[in-house]
Design a protein around this ligand. Sequence first.
Ligand code: SIN
Ligand code: FE2
Length: 212
Amino acid sequence: MQTELFTSSDPHWLGKQVVVLPGFVLDRFERLLPALRQIVLAAPFRNMTTPGGRTIAVRVTNCGELGWISDLHGYRYSPVDPLSGKPWPALPEVFLELARSAAHSAGFEDFTADACLINSYLPGNRLTLHQDRNERDFSQPIVSVSLGLPATFLLGGHTRAERTQRVALQHGDVMVWGGEDRLRFHGILPLQDGRHPVLGARRINFTLRKAG
Ligand code: SIN
Ligand code: FE2
């Protein structure tokens, strides 16, 4: 039986291979939070720059063998944190297990993440429509975990111009997209003000990927 603290409900399919798993991470949150804190101590959140020279408002960091970076030279994955010159912190076991088990629930077997991009949104921060296409193998899904303040995720189609659907994401939800939906455009509407009892006035999202 589920307790009131950990309420998860049935998967919500938004397309053939894109699904929201409501509350999927809630029963792991207690183990996940210290791991996240360790990562952020070793590799702090920072603002990156777009290849065009604009500052990305959402602050990011990474863990795993590879980390997503952006600077004047472009978007790519790097085995080292450009701030420290050292490898990114390792992917904690609780992240790896979560990635594998969420991917399995979405119909993707044997998913082994080697990269995890962690985003920190403050109220007002948004993420404009984009595709995740810096990874090498598009047969592998993206597993996306939402913590803290709720957000509205925009799920588009395979071109930027296509209509988007709005998806409400709450603390503890996991979204998985892959297969024919792997390259769909997506983004986040400006984060609304609010306060989460544990994480405060912010949203943390992390995406587990197979980048290399
Ligand atoms: C992303 O597309 O990298 C993040 C999506 C999210 O914050 O939910
Ligand atoms: Fe993305």
